[in-house]
Design a protein around this ligand. Sequence first.
Ligand code: FPP
Length: 253
Amino acid sequence: MSEIAEFQQLNRQTVPNHVAIIMDGNGRWANLRGKPRIFGHRAGVESVRRAVSFACEKGIRVLTLFAFSSENWRRPKDEVSGLMDLFSWALTSEVKKLHRNQVKLKVIGDRSVFSESFVKRISDAEKLTENNDGLLLNVAVNYGGRWDIINAVKRICAEMSDKGESFDADVLNEQLVSEHLEAPQDVDLLIRTGGEKRISNFLLWQLAYSEMYVSDVLWPDFNEEVFQRAVEYFASRERRFGCTGEQIRGGKR
Ligand code: FPP
């Protein structure tokens, strides 16, 4: 298939293949109710369930959720430890249901700083679901887009050195770097709740050609209706990938 025909096909998609979500607004949601921030994070778990069910129903292939950025360690200590406990709990309590629904779970990010028991819980959950062929659910914890790119290049270098080869910069190309990222699939639709129009060091490489939908809804209020609006917005966009509108609509060069 020619490159333009490939872009035309991508432009005709009504359901995005890969949706990434920046789940923002938990703290504000809790503040509005006079509660501590962790209350909002806990309420956010229900929105995660809704988002995963919706993605499965719609036939979305990959859903990547930004749960904790490499910069979120700067938050107050009790919020950070509350969040880590919540992830650990959610991982164990939700994994069986994910497995029953053929969801394949992957935690992306730098896990070198996590406790041994947390790393084990992650690996157990990933192992249990690794052969599932439904939705791929990536949960980004201690993740940063810049880290992901640097890490991909480090992995490439390590593989070359394992093969006894010296590093040759000419081997670097987009496909090779993509393949070594934590989540190699390009994002089609990025959703951000909480109203801010920022990427916040999320999937920097993978977001190159994604459509972006920002909702003012705070994450604990995120539901199927908001997700559906985002998908409809995506379907209405003309995706050009650097080509002209005529090329994408008519196939002219
Ligand atoms: C951003 O809101 C949210 C987070 C940093 C944490 C997201 C975590 C969850 C939704 C909990 C459940 C997740 C999983 C994967 C089980 P914020 O605190 O920045 O909100 P604010 O902008 O209103 O302060």
